[in-house]
Design a protein around this ligand. Sequence first.
Ligand code: ADP
Ligand code: TRP
Length: 327
Amino acid sequence: MEIVVSGIRPTGNLHLGNYFGAVKNFLRLQEEYKCFFFIADWHSLTTHPHPGDVTANVRKILAEYLACGIDPEKAAIYVQSDVKETLELYLYLNMNAYLGELQRVTSFKEKARKQPENVNAGLLTYPTLMAADIIIHKADKVPVGKDQEQNMEMARKFARRFNMMYGVDFFPEPQSYSFGGDAVKVPGLDGSGKMGKSEGNAIYLIDDAATIRKKVMKAVTDSGPTEPNAEKPEPIENLFKMLKIVSSPDTYDYFNEKYNSCEIRYGDLKKQLAEDIVNFTTPIRERILDFSANTEYMDRVARQGAEQARASADKTIREVRKIIGFH
Ligand code: ADP
Ligand code: TRP
């Protein structure tokens, strides 16, 4: 059976970008494949060297994963740092990862720019740790958003290189995966770019209705189209992208026609969008609160997930040692 791996860093709450870019795919995949979903607490140290209470941050994301519908009976849900075998593979991969290629990774360059006082080796080797997370389970598919494409290319490169260097056909090349083909990019509503924690424009699954309404009503718009069927400038295009993601096709068509005939009232569009987001997130939010109150259950889930992940990782790392020459 094909194997699926994906992870999310516990550096904040899950937002709509995480949900529609990654978690939504997890839900379908867990029905069909052997899935490993983890919380990337080691990775979070690359940007948050003093994470505070890691356990609390991890529980927060775990409650959100479960509330979204990730099912511990179907998928292994675990915490990255519970599977030490990953570190050994990370070391081996680092021995065959080159400074130049790591320095060229866009997200490294971006993060280095954002935190010039802390351009650490973990940040540089972020893609090797991510590759280790994935290939430690010999994964075939990795559900991640568009922004992870370069990291995925690196993971494939490291898997291929290992096979080449040791003359084996051991690691499959992991493919990015999204239902319906193209990975979605959930836009920010602040005029340009994507929704993200560090972009400061995220709408979180845990946000209450009033917060969501406020965030959506603040979305950047313009003075409206002046000729029929005009092309949409980015801020407006982003609002429509969001409608496409959370609202019904009828709602989308309604506002699109209004736009094309220059009768659009952005206030109405935003009100509708806010209600559609609230309707989508409210049941999830309620489940997050329920799970958060049940730490005993969550700890049991994480323990079981770790056992499954360790069994899979141990099998791989034993073979890797042999292939490299540790007999
Ligand atoms: P953030 O950018 O908010 O820090 P992460 O980098 O932790 O989010 O992303 C976790 C997962 O969510 C990744 O698979 C990533 O591709 C996906 N993701 C994050 N933001 C978006 C977005 N705006 N659109 C689509 N997918 C996204
Ligand atoms: N880099 C991913 C992100 O920022 C998180 C991550 C770490 C990951 N290891 C992974 C995702 C392995 C998929 C597979 O979103």
